[in-house]
Design a protein around this ligand. Sequence first.
Ligand SMILES: [Zn+2]
Length: 123
Amino acid sequence: MSKKDNDSSSEIKQMSTLLLSGATMLADSCPDCKVPLFKKNENTFCPKCGRKAVYVSSDDEIREIEHAYSFSETRGMLQDILTGKLNFIAQKLAECEDYEEMKIILQIMDLLLNLTIKITRIK
Ligand SMILES: [Zn+2]
């Protein structure tokens, strides 16, 4: 059996798993992988590359969506970093017994929290 046969049989296996899980196979296919797109819980996606599919009608719309997606990745990354720092600094606050140091920690916490709120607000 060649490599290609192996690939397509695992794809078929994956697709049947999706169908069994309640997903629907669509008539459209992924522009990159050429495999049929699936729809589950209002999400349309490619079972091969795992990317979400979005239907667009103009180039402007494509650019808009690409922009929104690239920002949502950045936002996710920033949120992870901020959460990590907040955990770190919360630990410092718990251990801290010096008022001056405590004040600095609280200021940093305030900045981190404000930034977290701001990020979630950006569309
Ligand atoms: Zn794909």
